[in-house]
Ligand binder design. Structure first.
Ligand SMILES: [Zn+2]
Length: 357
């Protein structure tokens, strides 16, 4: 190609073209080079076309041939490099997505039961061999089931709207504040058949609601497991025997229970039940605050008014009832300091609790 008619700077650029082309490492760099050489405006090719227009007539033919030769060389070079770079890009992408058949396969995350549900299921498993079946009741309850049927007096503070979620004032509809209304429902339902059944025993796990601010030990929603037994001549010794058995089944053979007198309107007598600290075995630790005992249940003998309300003759029948806070027990056993962790669904926490693989 005759470059004698081509301006010196363009000739020089042409000589550098091949190495500039090889140095274009990706498609973006190549596009910039393309603009510089053959772009519509301001490129070497555009400048040469202007030169051709103003060239003397006798030079036009030769100059035209030289310009065409240059343009073709540039265009061919650019095209070839573009094909190379596109192929390289494709190769890199396929390499990046390539799977290695020798690597172990990624394990899919498996779902598992929530620690609170697991604890409730464990309790059900503990009581099932004793003849207890599971009963459930609605979370939306009536004042009658939640309070009246449980011997809770009209002026009891728990009935106030500061403690209880009512749907509308004086509507009598509320979110149950404990699982005890299940007692009222089950007793009423089974009262007509109690002779034939020879008694009543059941477990009622469920969700309950109270107007509490959320903090490390309080939540407006939490879980309870309620248990009840009605029969002939049932006394505190039956209650104590049953709970001793259950706590051993739950916490191991070293578990021991002790009763402290307490008051709940629906039982008489009432007791708070402590279990020998399952973490230190009674030696004293942070969880039991050095006492060796942790409070775990409220319990007592069913108040005669509760039986009467449901249509069961308290002179013939008697029973016991107990209730356990599920979160509180789970927190104690797992030494979780903050109740909120159970509701936040943080996978790391659930995993640490053994709920996830
Ligand atoms: Zn302890």
């Amino acid at each position: 190609m005759d470059l004698t008619l081509i301006p010196a700077d363009v000739a020089k650029a042409h000589q550098a073209f091949a190495s500039a082309l090889a140095a274009a490492a990706d498609l973006d760099a190549l596009m910039r080079l393309k603009g510089e050489y053959v772009g519509r405006e301001g490129s070497h090719a555009a400048g040469l076309m202007d030169l051709l227009k103003t060239a003397p007539k006798e030079q036009k033919r030769e100059l035209g041939a030289a310009i065409n030769g240059l343009k073709n060389a540039w265009e061919e070079g650019l095209k070839a490099r573009q094909v190379e770079l596109e192929a390289a890009k494709k190769r890199a992408a396929s390499l990046a997505s390539q799977w290695d058949p020798d690597l172990p396969p990624p394990l899919p995350a498996r779902g598992a039961q929530h620690p609170l549900n697991r604890l409730m299921d464990r309790l059900v498993d503990v009581f099932r061999p004793l003849g207890y079946h599971v009963e459930e009741g609605p979370e939306t309850e009536t004042e009658a089931h939640n309070f009246d049927g449980l011997n809770i007096p009209e002026d009891h503070p728990a009935r106030g709207s500061a403690d209880t979620f009512y749907f509308q004032e004086h509507s009598g509809q509320l979110l149950r504040t404990h699982t005890s209304p299940v007692q009222v429902r089950v007793l009423k339902r089974l009262a007509p058949r109690i002779q034939e059944l020879g008694g009543i025993r059941f477990l009622a796990p469920g969700r309950v609601y109270r107007k509490d601010e959320i903090d490390p030990t309080h939540s407006p929603m939490f879980h309870q497991v309620e248990g009840m037994l009605v029969g002939h001549g049932i006394g505190m010794h039956h209650l104590k025997g049953t709970l001793s058995y259950a706590m051993k089944a739950l916490f191991g053979p070293g578990a021991e229970v002790r009763f402290r007198p307490s008051y709940f309107p629906f039982v008489e007598p009432g007791a708070e039940v402590d279990v020998r600290c399952p973490l230190c075995g009674g030696a004293g630790c942070r969880v039991c605050k050095g006492s060796g005992w942790v409070e775990i249940l409220g319990a007592g003998l069913v108040h005669p008014n509760v039986l009467s309300y449901a249509g069961i003759d308290p002179t013939e029948w008697s029973g016991f009832a107990f209730g356990m806070g599920v979160e509180r027990t789970a927190m104690m056993v797992s030494q979780t300091p903050d109740l909120r962790l159970f509701f936040e669904n943080d996978q790391r926490f659930l995993k640490a609790m053994g709920g996830l693989d």
